[in-house]
Design a protein around this ligand. Structure first.
Ligand SMILES: *Cc1c(COP(=O)(O)O)cnc(C)c1O
Length: 496
């Protein structure tokens, strides 16, 4: 059956398109291959699908046309900070001295790259007001792991590993409790109050002699600034614990406040959010972690050091500075390409430009808030930070649910916002426009959402049927999550 639509082709899997007997390259046989690779040598075919060059190109170009991207339109995923990645950053990342280096080459031959790591480190320390930074974590989630490992190491150093309890607010991103649990901490949830902020008395009540620390997102996932943060950090330190901050929402405050001034001990920064580097198809991201002077000596190796203009990599934990380090987090030195893009972004904005980034991001979110609140239901009163959270109250008695509303947006040309997160709000819709959207683009989005809300009363059935214009319509998302099919195995290419 022909499933092509418009000029978009239905695309089969590589294994269905390709043929084991076909190849796009013409290479001479290698002599004595079996002797060169020893035990790994196999007489059997390995069953990879072969394609000619034009077939390969078409396969990937067709797949790429099914991708939605920030280059194609507004991407309002709350918490993800999907902002435009300036092409200047791409140009810089492709400079040979950055893109063609190898992590094992002699450091005398990659001084420029090390200098860049040193430079971005100093900018991140300056922007956050923190004592130290480690550049190696490859995503926010791994940054959390890194920060919490340093906290665990500090507790070990104090001989206080009996402190096992990590407090996490109920609005937190799932990676926070997952990280703490992974490291063997016991996670206790603290409540949010009716303003969407941490309930300070619940926080206080949960502190006892087993308190190791607390993981807080600020601004939080409701798009609100945690106004009790200084009280929280003071009580945390007085009680012998550490304050981890999930810095995924740094875009709301970059250039405006320094997390170090709030008493934070460790915080990851998602370069792929705040500093515009691409999120990629699941990677690579980059999640550097900044540390307070309380945790500085426990952070992982390696460190780049500037010794009178010579850059060295300090990797050996017998070095004085690193004697208490928890060791190595990753094999190598981090996501170089992302460092270059983020550095290019920082230098082209300058300190004043970065401050304007957060001001414009907050302004755009509040413009959406003000313009949409006659049609959707803001979850909390008052101004928001860089994202606006709605509850599903506006869908009441329509039979339409948040998921249906999100699917209907796709037919109108919009990637949905983040939905059903944070969990503290029923049927949540979390919208983050970022600073790179123009007023014209925001107005079009606002009008589209308002029209959809008006259609709710007239034709709620159409929401259940959406999306109708996509190559594949409603997916069984539960089934996909519970029983993912990750392996192609029908009709193997190798005759058995
Ligand atoms: C994105 C995000 C994370 C995780 O970051 P990754 O880079 O995706 O691993 C953690 N917490 C919050 C609040 C986030 O938005």
């Amino acid at each position: 059956m022909n499933k092509n639509k418009g000029l978009d082709h239905d695309e089969q899997l590589l294994f269905e398109v390709g043929d084991i007997n076909k190849t796009g390259v013409d290479l001479d046989d290698i002599d004595n291959l079996d002797q060169m690779i020893g035990d790994s040598f196999s007489e059997n075919e390995i069953g990879l699908a072969g394609l000619s060059e034009p077939e390969t190109i078409r396969h990937y170009v067709r797949l790429s046309r099914k991708n939605y991207s920030i280059d194609a339109g507004l991407y309002p995923l709350g918490s993800c900070t999907m902002k435009h990645n300036p092409r200047l950053n791409e140009k810089m990342a492709r400079l040979e001295g950055f893109s063609d280096i190898h992590p094992l080459q002699p450091i005398s031959t990659c001084q420029g790259a090390l200098e860049l790591i040193d430079l971005i480190s100093s900018w991140l320390k300056e922007l956050t007001g923190m004592a130290a930074v480690t550049m190696t974590p490859k995503a926010g989630a791994q940054g959390e792991l890194c920060g919490m490992m340093a906290i665990k190491q500090a507790l070990l150093d104090r001989n206080e590993l009996n402190r096992k309890v990590v407090l996490v607010p109920d609005s937190a991103h799932g990676t926070n409790p997952a990280t703490a649990a992974f490291l063997g901490f016991e996670v206790k949830t603290i409540k949010s109050n009716d303003k969407g902020l941490i309930d300070f008395s619940d926080f206080k009540d949960n502190i006892d002699e087993n308190f190791a620390g607390v993981m807080i997102t600020n601004p939080n996932t409701c798009g609100l600034f945690e106004t009790d943060i200084v009280k929280i950090s003071e009580l945390t330190h007085k009680s012998g614990g550490y304050l981890y901050c999930d810095g995924a929402n740094f875009n709301a405050v970059v250039g405006k406040l320094k997390p170090g001034d709030l008493g934070i001990d460790a915080m990851h920064i998602n370069l792929h959010k705040t500093f515009s580097t691409p999120h990629g198809g699941g990677g690579p991201g980059s999640g550097p972690v900044v540390f307070s002077d309380r945790l500085e000596k426990f952070c992982p190796t390696p460190l780049v050091k500037n010794i009178k203009g010579d850059f060295i990599l300090v990797e050996d934990s017998s070095e004085k500075d690193l004697a208490k380090s928890f060791g190595r987090l990753n094999v190598f030195h981090g996501q170089m390409g992302m460092f270059v893009r983020a550095m290019s972004y920082m230098l082209s904005h300058g300190a004043d430009g970065l401050k304007q980034v957060s001001e414009d991001a907050v302004l755009n979110a509040n413009y959406l808030r003000a313009s949409l609140s006659s049609h959707l239901t803001p979850a909390f009163d008052g101004f928001c930070m860089h994202e606006i959270l709605f509850s599903d109250d506006f869908l009441k008695d329509t039979g339409v649910e948040t998921l249906d509303f999100a699917k209907a947006m796709i037919d109108e040309g919009y990637h949905p916002m983040t939905i059903y997160f944070p969990l503290v709000i029923h049927g949540a819709l979390l919208v983050e426009p970022t600073e790179t959207e123009s007023k014209q683009s925001l107005d079009h989005f606002i009008n589209t959402l308002c029209d959809l809300v008006e259609r709710l009363k007239k034709d709620s059935d159409s929401f259940k049927a959406a999306p109708v214009f996509t190559p594949i319509r409603r997916l069984d998302e539960t089934q996909a999550a519970r029983k993912p099919v990750l392996r192609w195995k029908e009709e193997p290419l190798i005759a058995v």
